[in-house]
Design a binder for this molecule. Structure first.
Ligand SMILES: [Zn+2]
Length: 474
């Protein structure tokens, strides 16, 4: 049974997509997930990527368990920061946000984060914002000040249930005009904001302007899913006011629950303090790659801690991440080199099935990733012991690789493909193979072996048979 800690109830709850319990996982409807994505006004930092990796693990694990997922992450391409950034450079909002959106997607790929099903843009969901605002207005929850529209919190008595904010703290009629907020200070928030004459704006029934930040997510969720969604994720800093405001707008507009499970990822610290450019502890992904750290180590390190725990990132930890990864690489390589035939020993078979059980049980429990990774390394130790007693047969090696591949559909760091420009093309691989074949025919065994090893280092395995040599990627 999969359980998640729901921020709404502050409890661990059984995960039931669609809200109706079924006899088996394949009977459930696709799991609808919405993750608050980046505001594309600059480069995302590694704290952001920790949260995006949490989203990745979440969807990968649900698929591993047999659910299908229908996952969205928004791109906030209009807000105070993006407008300011575009104006400062004297370029259009679109040109400005496209640049950072492209880099963001490249970074996701470098970290082996899976493609989600939808990447909605705020600017493409204006029609849904219009619908929400009209509905709220018909319920007398909207008021106007100049050309801006505000949500009146004091008229909505269910406000505050996610963050458990004290409703008495509501300063009725006081407003936030910017998208930046002070923690714990409840004020009416802008649904639709006045624009300067030279600023880009959109028309909705209640006037010309641009969206407030919170309504963007409510609108995109409505547009894609059209009803209650299963999971909403985001960083813990979004619980209040962003997610609280999303709930208020969506539930008041549509009179149905907005979200079943709220999952929030904790902050990342760097050198035990909050990342900041002035402290010199602010890292983008490329900062780390340029220092020579592999993207694989970054992925591994950022996902080792449970998503609800603060994680302290240091360059030393990142350096140390290469050691456990090479332990895995070593056992994988032993497997790939195993050639003798023979049965699968019970010790190997049992260890494979206990690994799979332990891994699944850990993740079932609110995505206990550190537990799951711990079980993987215990199994690596045991596989090495078994191997040292007597090396693997080809059949044993294949079954070990198979379980690693299955586990790696969640972890994504065992068979991590570094996006290197030095990756070989098919033609280059064929050239190596024919060089190896001529070395073999000239009985230059060392040369033949060194070519095989070189290809293996690049993740290419050769299989010799009487019909010639075939290759495959691992
Ligand atoms: Zn959001």
């Amino acid at each position: 049974m999969v359980k998640f800690y729901n921020t709404m109830s502050r409890k661990l709850e059984e995960f039931i997509p669609g809200g109706v319990k079924k006899d088996s996982i394949d009977e459930y409807p696709p799991v609808s997930i919405y993750s608050c994505g980046p505001t594309v006004y600059g480069l995302a930092h590694i704290g952001n990527f920790r949260t995006f990796l949490f989203n990745d693990i979440l969807r990968r694990f649900l698929k591993f368990r047999g659910f299908t997922v229908n996952h969205s992450m928004n791109i906030t391409d209009v807000d105070d920061k993006t407008i300011k950034g575009a104006a400062a450079e004297g370029i259009s909002l679109k040109e400005y946000t496209t640049r950072f959106t492209d880099i963001f997607f490249e970074d996701l790929k470098k970290l082996n984060i899976e493609d989600f099903e939808h990447y909605p843009r705020a600017t493409e969901s204006i029609d849904s914002m219009n619908d929400i605002i009209n509905r709220l207005n018909s319920k007398d929850l909207v008021y106007r000040d100049g050309n801006s529209l505000y949500f009146s919190i004091s008229k909505y008595d269910k406000y505050g249930k996610l963050s458990r904010i004290d409703p008495d703290a509501i300063k009725s009629g006081t407003r936030y005009d910017t998208d930046e907020y002070h923690k714990d200070d409840i004020r009416d928030f802008a649904l639709w904001k006045e624009v300067e004459p030279d600023e880009q704006g959109w028309d909705i029934d209640m006037g010309h302007g641009r969206p407030g930040w919170h309504i963007e997510c409510s609108a995109m969720i409505r547009k894609i899913y059209n009803s209650t969604i299963d999971i909403h994720t985001g960083g813990v800093d979004l619980v209040f006011p962003h997610h609280e405001n999303e709930i208020a707008q969506s539930e008041a507009a549509y009179d149905e629950p907005f979200v079943r499970y709220w999952l929030h990822a904790e902050h990342l610290l760097v050198d035990n303090s909050k990342m900041s450019k002035s402290k010199g502890n602010f890292f983008t992904l490329n900062d780390l790659l340029e220092k020579g750290y592999p993207a694989r180590s970054v992925r591994y390190l950022l996902m080792t801690a449970h998503y609800r725990k603060q994680f302290n990132f240091t360059l030393e930890n990142l350096e140390n991440a290469e050691q456990p990864l090479s332990r895995i690489d070593n056992i994988v390589e032993l497997c790939l080199r195993s050639k003798k035939t023979g049965p699968v020993r019970p010790a190997v078979k049992d260890r494979i099935s206990s690994l799979l059980d332990e891994f699944t049980t850990s993740l079932n429990h609110d995505l206990n990733i550190s537990g799951a990774i711990g079980h993987l390394f215990e199994a690596v130790t045991d596989f090495n012991k078994i191997y040292n007693e007597d090396s693997f047969s080809k059949e044993e090696a294949e079954s070990v690789i198979e379980v690693f591949k299955k586990i790696d559909t969640v972890l994504g760091f065992i068979f991590f493909k570094e996006k290197k420009s030095s990756q070989l093309s098919d033609e280059e691989i064929e050239t190596y193979i024919s060089r190896r074949n001529s070395a073999k025919s000239e009985k230059k065994w060392d040369e033949a072996d060194s070519i095989r090893d070189l290809l293996l280092d690049k993740g290419i395995v050769l299989e010799d048979s009487k019909d010639g040599t075939r290759w495959k990627m691992v």
